[in-house]
Design a protein around this ligand. Structure first.
Ligand code: GLA
Length: 512
């Protein structure tokens, strides 16, 4: 069982000295917020970039992300009050807030009143549930806490700033309440659903990547039969990624009914429709396990093609290829399904349809693009397995390796744009600029509809790629952009250590 690590210094960063001044500012900010307190420990969780496999995690297909060095760090002290006070080094954007802690874990999140404390509450809720779970019938009382956060994952940048923040919050609450050791598996399991309390029905990729990250390694993340992350190294030394923030903020929560959650619902309905048409309904061992309590697209595949252990890549690829073929023949309304058409095919009334599919997660749509969305899921999942196969085979010809990896990323971008409709013309333009200037593959990473692009390149091509993106995208698109804003938009893509706890001993080591 692998535990969330505990460090006494900053050696888990690739360049520890580069982070000292930031920690020193965090300590200073904590002292000015809470002059009578001493920091007892730090809890830290990183953001992630997904290399390939988007909008498939909530269908339980494996993905290939890595944790990155931008992260959220919480400096924490505990007390016996009935409050948790959260503050931030960026107090203009995130002013101090006070969260009351009662006897039970029933904290209220007011979705209408959007504040950063809501994200903290998400982390707090799942931590409190875990503490309750551990104490069994016994009573437990949450500790009061004073916290100052420092976050450098760009918000709305598609690099899962919210997951990094929620996981760091959960870890802080657990440690403050005496959980000295927690397994990566438990921390992932409990935090995967944390943002569901805010109404975003995400899958588990972001939290899993944030927890399981390891320096210099990418992750193969599986959701079934078991949620786990397996770190692995790249087979080629001069491979590098560049992450560029498009600076088009993607607000996942506000746009959820027309974007992210709508995909979740479309794929869930596709799951039920395929299950019905392919005779998977009611088959033993195939659960209605989607976020909408329907058949998931993974479940449909296993029901139709037989069980898959998630590890045999050849077998998985054969089943996915079969599903790609079947989807095209089975979901015939290529222009999209109206509610009436869905009802007719599912053999239910409009009222039943609303109750079953549209009640739990509110969405807005003209038609439901069931064919396009499920085709995207099976094709993207196949590409993940092909990428993993490529990355785990010996490389004989580096140039062919780069071409092959890049093509898989480019095909992914094509499907995200055309089938999943989570890209847009500006994001496509960034990919095109990159491909003309030294990138082998470029794709939108994470949820999309804005956010960041990940580019695959070589160390030799890196300077040309970065400078052309700066000149051709940033300086043209944002003529007033400042040098430091550009620096922040081109993000360090080194694979980083996952969530961890840090002792207060690091404070003395920050001075020199
Ligand atoms: C967001 C979600 C993830 C995943 C990606 C798209 O980051 O939080 O669970 O679905 O979008 O792949």
């Amino acid at each position: 069982m692998s535990l969330v690590p505990y460090f006494n210094d900053l050696s888990f960063y690739s360049d520890p000295s580069a982070h000292k001044s930031r920690y020193a500012s965090l300590v200073k900010s904590f002292k000015s917020n809470f002059p009578d307190d001493k920091i007892e420990f730090f809890a830290r969780s990183p953001g992630r970039v997904n290399l390939i496999g988007d909008h498939i995690d909530y269908n339980y297909f494996p993905v290939l992300p890595m944790a990155i060095e931008v992260d959220v760090v919480a400096a924490v002290s505990t007390n016996d009050s009935s409050f948790i006070i959260i503050s931030n080094t960026d107090s203009d954007k995130f002013p101090q807030e006070k969260v009351a802690i009662g006897q039970d874990s029933d904290f209220v999140i007011d979705r209408e009143h959007h504040t950063w404390a809501n994200y903290f509450k998400c982390g707090l809720i799942v931590a409190a549930k875990f503490l309750q779970e551990k104490s069994g019938e016994g009573k437990y009382k949450l500790k009061g806490m004073n916290i100052t956060f420092s976050g450098i994952v760009p918000t709305g940048g598609g690099l899962s700033s919210s997951a990094a923040f929620c996981v760091a919050s959960t870890l802080a609450v657990l440690h403050a309440n005496g959980v000295k050791e927690i397994s990566k598996a438990d921390l992932t399991r409990i935090t995967v659903v944390s943002e569901h309390y805010l109404g975003l029905n995400n899958g588990g990729m972001d939290q899993c990547a944030s927890v399981y990250g390891e320096q210099g390694k990418a992750l193969f993340i599986e959701f079934q039969p078991q949620l786990k992350g397996t770190p692995f190294e790249f087979p080629v030394k001069n491979l590098t990624f560049v992450i560029t923030n498009s600076l088009q903020v993607s607000n996942k929560y506000e746009t959820a009914p027309i974007h992210y959650n709508l995909r979740v619902v479309e794929m869930a309905i596709a799951g039920d429709l395929l299950a019905k048409k392919l005779g998977v309904e009611g088959k033993p061992g195939i659960a209605r396990d989607s976020n909408v309590d329907t058949y998931s697209l993974r479940g449909v595949m296993e029901g139709y093609c037989g069980p898959w252990d998630g590890e045999n890549l050849k077998e998985g690829a054969a089943k996915l290829s079969k599903m790609i073929d079947v989807v095209s023949k089975t979901l015939t309304e290529k222009k999209g399904y109206t509610v009436e058409q869905c009802c007719k095919e599912l053999g239910i009334t409009a009222e039943e349809f609303h109750l079953k599919y549209l009640e739990k997660i509110p969405v807005k749509f003209d038609v439901l693009k069931l064919y396009q969305r499920s085709l995207h899921v099976y094709r993207e999942s196949l590409r993940v397995l092909q990428t993993l196969q490529l990355l785990s085979s010996p490389v004989e010809d580096e140039s062919k390796f780069f071409q092959a990896f890049g093509s898989l990323m480019n095909e992914s971008q094509h499907d995200l744009d055309v089938l999943n409709e989570s890209s847009n013309s500006k994001l496509n333009e960034i990919c095109a600029i990159a491909l003309d200037n030294g990138a082998y593959g470029s794709r939108v990473t994470g949820a999309g509809w804005g956010g960041s692009i990940v580019h695959l390149t070589s160390t030799e091509n890196l300077p040309r790629l970065t400078s052309s993106l700066i000149d051709t995208y940033y300086k043209r698109e944002f003529p007033q952009i400042k040098e430091e804003e550009i620096q922040e938009a081109v993000i360090d893509s080194k694979p980083a250590t996952g969530s961890c706890l840090l002792s207060a001993e690091i404070i003395d080591k920050l001075v020199n």
